[in-house]
Design a protein around this ligand. Sequence first.
Ligand SMILES: Nc1ncnc2c1ncn2[C@@H]1O[C@H](COP(=O)(O)OP(=O)(O)O)[C@@H](O)[C@H]1O
Ligand SMILES: [Mg+2]
Length: 160
Amino acid sequence: MIITKSEKETMTLAKKFASQLKGGEVIALIGELGAGKTVFIKGLAKGLGVKQTITSPTFVLMKIYPVKCRKAAIPLLAGLFNRVNPVKRKKIKYLCHIDAYRLKNGQELIGIGLNDWLSRSDVITVIEWADRVREILPKKSIKIRLNYGKKEDERIVEIT
Ligand SMILES: Nc1ncnc2c1ncn2[C@@H]1O[C@H](COP(=O)(O)OP(=O)(O)O)[C@@H](O)[C@H]1O
Ligand SMILES: [Mg+2]
């Protein structure tokens, strides 16, 4: 359990979390409106090396972002650019961002081919409002619960 005291701290936490990912992970984000799910994904995307701006896909259901692996002129510098082992990072090609806010179950996601993305080892999938589509989450999903803290800009982050 980690308490963050600002949006920036949540972003930094998510960036660090991103550096541990190997590819193929499914991340289930749970927490009420304004808890910081999208903020977390923005940090995660930055950490992975997504160049595009992450926007909330509430009306789109699913957005796919390519992960750019910045090439360094000198191989040794690659690690600095990517902040993590560039060999590991090279494997992740896409970030799949899902917002299940308006869904009652996961059937619509299955219908648009979510399983094709979930099964890929070069994709990181992040699902906002994952508790609404619980039945389609793989068992190995990493659950991240975001809750409001005592103070206005405090958030309690639980990763399991
Ligand atoms: N510690 C914090 N971590 C994340 N967001 C925070 C924090 N403190 C305040 N905020 C604010 O809370 C809001 C979170 O919004 P957002 O990430 O869109 O929530 P969600 O996607 O869970 O509905 C943002 O306006 C952000 O600035
Ligand atoms: Mg959101």
